[in-house]
Design a protein around this ligand. Structure first.
Ligand code: ATP
Ligand code: MG
Length: 417
């Protein structure tokens, strides 16, 4: 037997309504915030992620699904959503349109990770990308989008914010941080030793216990911000307060990706153990320029959809299941079967979610099946109903019965009322 690849998951027919529910609230929230959807390919030239995500990140160093295609070009399955959007934005000249450009995506994401609960090799992200606005009010709005969605899903999560400054002030911080770590170089993990030279800030994001300990008393980047970055960070806090959103400033949040500038944030929960980050994002003002486009500010986030669903489950949040039939047409005899086949199609065209027997079953097993699929109402058609041209519409919940003409319009108007 062939099994599903390690770290991937099927969404089975009985479970898919949960995804539909999450997608529905995503669609409601993105519409409220006037965001437009962008869809980009599942794979891109590997170079895009090397340049866009950065070669000191875990994602690029250890986690990418990279392969040569038959034309010997190096391709990579999306390890995150932002780089593809930036590529498309530049390639399609979207910077010539109205600004800000507010976009969202839903995408599969592929990372070669050690699979565990809440950590998959293929997961899905809902993400937001806003191009063209540099003010802290935009950062706050992006955070509000994520917060509104999490609220709609019924979740309470904590917001952590930080600023990692701009290349100018970060340089100063990196020097101070390196100075602080100087005597501990040998105690760092191999990856962090590399980061020490290339991108020391990344060390704050290391998951190794030893490195975490080393960082406990490190200087704080927020103490090194230049005036502009400081003002931006204060602006963010002000706008979060204007919207009544609580937050914690957490100087150890630097995010896993190289492209961030200034604002970084995470929504976290303690309910999922170490996989508690449900959403991470921030500002990346240099990404578009880095990828060969104009210098244009961006801010956004990525949210793990599996983690949201896991958390909803853990909290016992009931997800309404709308994948049920409005009506089941049970039949006795061949004539009734033919009538029901035609009627069922008519009813569907009138908007009734309708089901009939396709297994040549007797009446009892038909009722059983109707019950299993959660049909809300049932009609039984036999010879006498055909003769009378009338049927009883039975409500499966209240057991109440209503007599109705054996006619699609009459039945539909009763069910859809
Ligand atoms: P983590 O610290 O958990 O590894 P990350 O910093 O790598 O997360 P991002 O790149 O910011 O995560 O991705 C955005 C969101 O996607 C995360 O907050 C998380 O909810 C989700 N996510 C990331 N990696 C995985 C994964 N392997 N499996 C499931 N969800 C994931
Ligand atoms: Mg990760």
């Amino acid at each position: 037997m062939i099994n599903v690849p390690k770290g991937t998951k099927d969404v089975l027919p009985e479970q898919s309504y949960k995804w539909h529910y999450l997608e529905k609230i995503i669609s409601e929230v993105t519409s409220l915030f006037c965001l437009k959807e962008i869809r980009t390919p599942t794979f891109e030239h590997t170079e895009l992620f090397l340049r866009g995500v950065g070669d000191t990140t875990d994602i690029v160093n250890k986690e990418m699904y990279t392969f040569n295609d038959k034309g010997n070009r190096s391709m990579t399955l999306k390890p995150e959503g932002t780089a593809g959007v930036a590529r498309s934005f530049i390639e399609n000249g979207l910077f010539n349109g109205a600004m800000p450009l507010k976009m969202y995506y839903i995408t599969p994401v592929f990372r070669y990770e050690r699979p565990q609960a809440g950590r998959l090799r293929e997961h899905h992200q809902f993400g937001v990308e806003i191009y063209g606005a540099s003010g802290a009010d935009m950062d706050a709005e992006v955070i509000l989008i994520a917060h509104t969605l999490l609220k709609k899903a019924g979740l309470n999560v904590a917001l952590n914010i930080n600023s990692i400054g701009c290349p100018k002030c970060r340089k100063e911080y990196n020097e101070a941080f390196k100075q602080y770590l100087k005597g501990s170089y040998d105690k760092m993990c191999k990856v962090c030793q590399e980061r020490y030279e290339k991108n020391p800030l990344r060390i704050l994001d290391c998951k190794e216990e030893g490195c975490k300990l080393l960082c406990a008393d490190a200087p704080k980047i927020t103490d090194y911000l230049c005036d502009d970055c400081k003002e931006h960070f204060e602006g963010l806090k002000k706008h979060l307060s204007l919207a009544g959103l609580e937050y914690t400033v957490n100087p150890s949040i630097v995010r896993g990706l190289d492209y961030y500038t200034r604002t970084v944030f995470e929504f976290v929960t303690t309910d999922l153990g170490s996989q508690g980050t449900v959403c991470g994002g921030g500002r990346y003002d240099n990404l578009v320029g880095e990828l060969g486009g104009p210098n244009l500010p961006c801010v956004g986030f990525g949210m793990g959809m599996e983690r949201i669903l896991m958390l909803m489950e853990a909290k016992g949040i009931e997800i309404p299941n709308n994948d049920v039939a409005d009506l089941y047409l049970a039949t006795i005899g061949d004539k009734a079967r033919e009538k029901a086949f035609a009627l069922c199609h008519e009813l569907r065209l009138l908007g009734v979610r309708c089901e009939i027997d396709h297994m040549q079953r007797g009446i009892k097993p038909q009722f059983k099946y109707a019950d299993k699929i959660g049909a809300k109402q049932v009609i039984t058609i036999g010879d006498s109903e055909l003769e009378r041209g009338e049927v009883n519409l039975k409500n499966m919940l209240t057991r109440e019965e209503t007599c109705v003409k054996l006619n699609a319009r009459e039945i539909a108007s009763l069910i859809l009322k």
